[in-house]
Design a protein around this ligand. Structure first.
Ligand code: HEC
Length: 195
């Protein structure tokens, strides 16, 4: 995000550096070609995860709180804790997963009406943090989980919206208009699978 809200230290988007040594060794060493290529993909994607810009818009808890309509930043803008990838500061966010338009038939649908302004009605598949705080602004906000051990725990997101990591990356591609190439998509999945 914009930095440490307590100390004011600058934000460092390079949250993952686990595979730095694979970058250097991707072209050399005695490994067979297949393993070299797989390692090179993971190392490439670590860089992608740390640096490929996303035009972050309409995220409650981020764009509204900061007053910045479009915030360009990589995956680590939200998954910023070094080598683990959860939020580095307490910041429950609404990235659109509970919007009524993404509801599948196994999810509930809540219709919520604002007490101060009864004209204001929202439909959501999960009120999220609002269930704890009772606040309108917290509807649909969730904390970003640690991204380690992902391979072992499909489906993804709190409501299982993505059945596998392909689908999780597809969600981001569609939600934020990333325009990922097939190679970038596969690299991202390869990297997430290793964590
Ligand atoms: C604007 C903030 C934001 C950005 C940018 C972002 N994420 Fe997330 N991510 C979240 C939040 C919040 C959740 C939890 C959402 C939920 O479960 O409702 C999440 C969850 C996930 C999960 C699911 C983990 C699990 O255990 O189910 C994966 C995988 C993931 N993100 C990968 C990525 C990748 C890859 C990128 C970059 C293409 C990215 N994220 C960019 C906020 C963000």
């Amino acid at each position: 995000m914009s930095g440490d809200y307590k100390t004011g230290a600058a934000f460092n988007p390079t949250a993952f550096n686990l595979y730095e040594s694979w970058r250097a060794k991707a072209d050399g060493g005695g490994d067979d070609q297949g393993r070299k290529a797989a390692r090179a993909a993971v190392a490439r994607c670590e860089i992608l995860f740390n640096s490929r810009p996303i035009q972050i818009t309409d995220v409650k808890g981020l764009n509204d709180d900061s007053g910045i309509e479009t915030l360009p930043g990589p995956c680590t803008t939200c998954h910023g804790t070094p080598t683990s990838g959860n939020h580095s500061i307490p910041a429950p966010l609404d990235i659109g997963l509970t919007d009524a338009k993404r509801r599948t038939s196994d999810m509930p649908l809540y219709t919520l009406r604002n007490k101060q302004n009864p004209e204001l009605v929202v439909q959501t598949t999960d009120p999220g943090r609002a269930l704890i705080t009772g606040k309108w602004r917290d509807i649909g906000r969730f904390k970003g989980p640690i991204l380690r051990g992902l391979a072992a725990r499909a489906p993804y997101f709190h409501n299982g919206f993505a059945k596998d990591l392909d689908a999780a990356v597809d969600f981001y591609n569609e939600r934020f208009g990333l325009g990922l190439t097939d190679a970038e998509h596969d690299d991202l999945v390869a990297f997430l699978l290793t964590l």
